[in-house]
Design a protein. Structure first.
Length: 295
């Protein structure tokens, strides 16, 4: 069940990145991060309510509360902002491919810090994921970028995407700890999204006039992205209550492959696929099969 939720999370992440690829052109990265976090509050509240998590929310001790709060800030503020910025700079396919190198960091930190025992197949699988992500990151650029290629912008996007991978790795470990301490993943997520929204409210000011000034198509797309991202967070936090980090994180890295498919179907004019993308996707598929069958 944990791996199934991880795959669902990967699909929703991919869908979010495809939708954001268009909407952020008008709305911007910081505003998008804030709005998506705000929309996540009622979604998290609903799932916490139906799971009975609200009954004991005020009884949570300060240490689990602190872990959930920090996990929320790292995942929903730091990780998302860097991820969205990467998408804005170099596109969804390449950003997601680079962020997928998180699979190289998380298992090592999980073993060192959490004492988890990795399955033997994890090492070759993680290597295949890394090779696949690297190949995809070298794949085609959008038509606009081919005509007006900006090397500094491309390099910045690569660096930011790597930073997002590192931040999400730390966030995944803190998510695992907070869910383990609290017990209810929906409680943990609700705390995280509330704290992150409060944190972002201090750095973002969205006036009614500015929201109305955005294109209607961009506003609808962002709200749709907010819903897919929120449900991704639900499945993400719940997955960590059912399986270890060393299996969840590598499985999550299927989203570059899913992103490629969705990119081809919906935004092929923005992101062009080529042989390198296909080869990279093939590596990732093999890695996921190995993890699911032998992990």
């Amino acid at each position: 069940m944990g791996l199934a939720l991880a795959l669902l999370t990967a699909f929703l992440w991919s869908a979010t990145s495809i939708i954001l690829r268009r909407s952020m052109i008008d709305i911007g990265v910081l505003n998008s991060t804030f709005i998506i976090s705000i929309v996540g509050i009622p979604v998290a509240f609903f799932f916490a309510l139906i799971s009975g998590g609200l009954n004991h929310l005020l009884e949570i001790e300060w240490i689990p509360l602190a872990y959930a709060s920090v996990a929320g800030i790292i995942n929903f503020v730091g990780g998302r902002f860097l991820w969205y910025r990467g998408i804005d700079l170099i596109g969804a396919s390449r950003t997601n491919s680079i962020v997928a190198t998180e699979a190289m960091f998380a298992p090592f930190l999980a073993v060192v810090l959490l004492g988890e025992i990795p399955p033997l197949i994890l090492t070759p699988a993680a290597l295949l994921i890394f090779l696949g992500a690297f190949s995809i990151s070298k794949s085609g650029e959008s038509s606009n970028e081919k005509l007006n290629f900006n090397k500094r912008k491309f390099t910045l996007g690569i660096v930011i995407s790597v930073m997002a991978a590192i931040v999400f790795t730390i966030g995944a470990l803190l998510t695992k700890v907070s869910v383990s301490l609290i017990g209810n993943p929906f409680q943990a997520m609700l705390i995280g999204v509330l704290v992150s929204s409060i944190f972002l409210s201090g750095t973002v000011c969205i006036k009614k006039e500015s929201w109305a000034g955005f294109k209607e198509k961009s506003r609808k797309a962002l709200l749709l992205a907010a819903l897919t991202q929120s449900f991704a967070s639900i499945s993400f936090w719940n997955a960590f209550s059912l399986a270890p980090v060393v299996l969840i994180v590598p499985t999550l890295q299927s989203y570059p492959l899913i992103t490629l498919i969705l990119s081809y179907l919906f935004i092929r004019r923005l992101e062009k696929l080529n042989r390198a993308a296909v080869i990279g996707s093939f590596f990732i598929v093999i890695a996921l099969v190995l993890i699911v069958l032998y992990g």
